[in-house]
Design a protein around this ligand. Structure first.
Ligand SMILES: [Zn+2]
Ligand SMILES: [Zn+2]
Length: 329
């Protein structure tokens, strides 16, 4: 049994795992099918996530199949599941309000606890969600990253004709573009990289632009998914009077023009991951809808033995989402 290990930033290793113990009463053994590489995996690799711990087995966008289950776990062997990589206690004040993303005891698999980039691994049964089998694997593995977008979109009203600006066309930016387009919005997506603009323009009825091309334009809703100080500060300037900006990208700090914000009645939202299970279920609902087009988001699937190459490609910023295939080493 092989796993991917991140010994420390920049040091990725494919190695033989310790033999797996039997799962406990409330645990399952999961056989990984696909693992998605996301922006936070790259930050983790580059040592830019302050809450990360090393050494670590990365991987939090995981589609898999249950191959062994403890007796308290209600799922059958062979059940296909996606994992919930952000744990929650279920008992704190936020969990009791259904806001599991703010749990006071949250841990993140693949960031500060071992994740799922392994052929097989063990995790608590409560952190998996069974999925309908009529969805292709390539869509199922998007349930987790797409739930991030679903959660962000819950905060604003995007419908037919809403002018939406997506800033940053990484994985989340692309998924946000797909959803805004699906909802009938007039979507503009900006990115510094020509390859990203090219990629995002294939996703639907989308205008892809360089940041300087939108100049003085304003939008009802701005989704900030680039996560740099400059992008946040520029994005705010594109919010229409009375409009809103949702920030899913992360940067330490940025300057907010308070006078403008007050006078123009802008609303700024931060949005972190998702609430479980609501946003996952909504994510699945969209992905099951044949009119919802996301196929173009995944650009490449590589065997997990080529993880290093996959990380390099993902880091180049020239591609869409890259998946690792964990079947058949
Ligand atoms: Zn992710
Ligand atoms: Zn909690």
């Amino acid at each position: 049994m092989l796993e991917i290990r991140l010994n420390q930033p920049g040091d990725l290793e494919l190695r033989e795992m310790e033999p797996l113990r039997s799962p406990g009463e409330e645990e399952i053994r999961l056989q990984t099918i696909y693992g998605g590489i996301c922006g936070s995996d790259l930050s983790l690799f580059q040592g830019r996530l302050h809450h990360a711990t090393y050494p670590l087995r990365p991987g939090h966008e995981i589609l898999g199949k249950i191959v062994e289950a403890g007796k308290e776990v209600g799922y059958d062997i062979g059940t296909r599941v996606v994992i919930l990589p952000n744990t929650f206690c279920g008992e704190c004040d936020f969990c009791l309000q259904g806001r599991t993303n703010l749990c006071r005891h949250k841990r993140s698999l693949g960031v500060n606890a071992d994740g799922g980039f392994a052929e097989e691994w063990i995790l608590p049964g409560r952190y998996v969600l069974p999925i309908p089998d009529n969805l292709p694997d390539e869509k199922e593995v998007l349930i987790e990253p797409f739930a991030v977008v679903v959660h962000a979109f819950n905060k604003v009203n995007i419908t037919e004709g809403t002018a939406v600006l997506i800033v940053g066309c990484g994985n989340e930016g692309m998924l946000a573009t797909c959803l805004a387009d699906h909802l009938g919005a007039d979507v503009t997506a900006v990115d510094l990289k020509p390859s990203k603009r090219e990629w995002v323009s294939r996703l639907g009825r989308v205008r892809a632009a360089k940041p300087e091309e939108i100049d003085e334009e304003t939008f009802d809703v701005v989704i900030e998914a680039a996560g740099t100080k400059l992008s946040v500060e520029q994005s705010i300037q594109h919010v229409a009077p009375g409009g809103a900006m949702v920030m899913i990208g992360m940067t330490q700090e940025a300057n907010i023009p308070v006078m403008q914000m007050v006078r123009q009645e802008w609303t700024l939202y931060g949005s972190i991951i998702y609430n479980y299970p609501d946003d996952y279920l909504k994510s699945i609902q969209y992905l099951r809808d044949e009119r919802f087009k996301v196929d173009e988001v995944v650009s490449e699937i590589l065997p997990f033995s080529q993880a290093e190459k996959a990380y390099e490609k993902a880091m180049s910023g020239e591609y869409g989402k890259i998946l690792l295939d964990f079947r058949g080493s």
